[in-house]
Write a protein that binds this ligand. Structure first.
Ligand code: ADP
Ligand code: MG
Length: 316
């Protein structure tokens, strides 16, 4: 997943804690293998995972996949429909155009983008949960689960920690955080929301208990060409960077949902994003625009403390 995964558990039995940690890390490794688009490192030597198989069989034949892969795809498709395709896991060809994942990063020509865009459409994915198969009907189509895999892995890792008896834990996987239970002193976990324009500083502190907070930003993966920043969150309606926001944070019980939604809201922008997420029960969001204006959903205000740093202004 190209990120550092940090898991903290607090329990009285060290051996039990270590075992729980190992199980949680194993989950991340498993989901990484299933969802990776490129064979690299130790993956290159092991058998290809589901996404590599699905993409390799595009236009040819349905591929038998694991239950996890079917679940990730189904949840992604659910939100793809709800957001009118702002979240679209068939974004693979466009990511390749821009060179995210592999290859050289450069600004592709408009013709390249429109050619790739003709292969991007979540409605074409044929997932059959009964048979456990997935089929991309057109050659050249490819899945990219980069906007959801970390969140899903997080939920499964949390499940493993709970099953191992852990009551207090904090997981952080590159902008994707889960607070299991409270801190040992009974207080909620506190998690900083990074300042999108000042690395190492924080804009606000979130209080979390048994929930996930996932942040997407235009600073996580990008390249610059002629002074313009080209980042890795793409609006599937244009094939180009979504630019109405610079950072989104979503809080929800499910890290899978929060991960998908952080990417989706980034694409939807402040106006459509806020009206969409305000209607989703149990889901909060903090959206930051390029003008440093911050929108917060009503239900999240009580859990947030702004630091006042960086010149950000809360609207609404
Ligand atoms: P991060 O990977 O930094 O945590 P995100 O969760 O926002 O950030 O995911 C961004 C990744 O999602 C991209 O690297 C790409 O793999 C994928 N992606 C980009 N745009 C979209 C989109 N519109 N819909 C679905 N996935 C996307
Ligand atoms: Mg995401």
């Amino acid at each position: 997943m190209n990120t550092l995964v940090r898991i903290q558990v607090i329990c009285e039995d060290e051996e039990k804690g270590r075992k729980a940690l190992k199980q949680a890390f194993d989950v991340f490794r498993k989901i990484d293998h299933l969802t990776n688009r490129f064979p690299e490192g130790e993956l290159a030597t092991s058998s290809p995972g589901d996404v590599l198989n699905i993409n390799g069989s595009a236009g040819l034949k349905p591929v038998k996949v694991s239950v996890d892969t079917v679940r990730i795809i189904q949840r992604s498709q659910y939100y793809a429909r709800l957001t009118g395709g702002a979240f679209d896991i068939t974004i693979g060809p466009i990511m390749d155009n821009w060179g995210f994942g592999k290859g050289i990063q450069y600004v592709p020509a408009d013709e390249e983008i429109s050619r790739a865009l003709s292969l991007v459409d979540y409605r074409k994915v044929e997932a059959d949960p009964g048979k456990g198969t997935v089929f991309l009907p057109e050659p050249g189509m490819s899945l990219d689960l980069g906007g959801v895999a970390k969140g899903y892995a997080m939920d499964e890792a949390v499940k493993a920690l709970r099953e191992a008896g852990m009551k207090h834990a904090l997981i952080n996987a590159g902008g994707c955080v889960y607070a299991l239970g409270t801190r040992p002193d009974g207080e909620p976990w506190r998690v900083g929301i990074q300042d999108p324009r000042s690395n190492g500083d924080i804009v606000a502190i979130l209080s979390l208990k048994d929930s996930a907070a996932v942040t997407s930003g235009d600073y996580q993966r990008y390249f610059e060409q002629e002074g313009v920043r080209y980042h890795h969150i793409i609006d599937p309606s244009t094939g180009k960077q979504a630019r109405d926001l610079i950072q989104t944070t979503v809080v929800a019980e499910s890290a899978t949902d929060a991960d998908i939604l952080s990417t989706a809201l980034f694409v939807l922008g402040p106006r459509r994003g806020m009206s969409f997420v305000e209607d989703l029960p149990g889901t909060g969001a903090v959206l930051i625009g390029p003008d440093k204006l911050v929108s917060v959903t009503a239900g999240l205000i009580d859990q947030l403390t702004f630091t006042g740093n960086g010149g950000y202004q809360i609207v609404g």
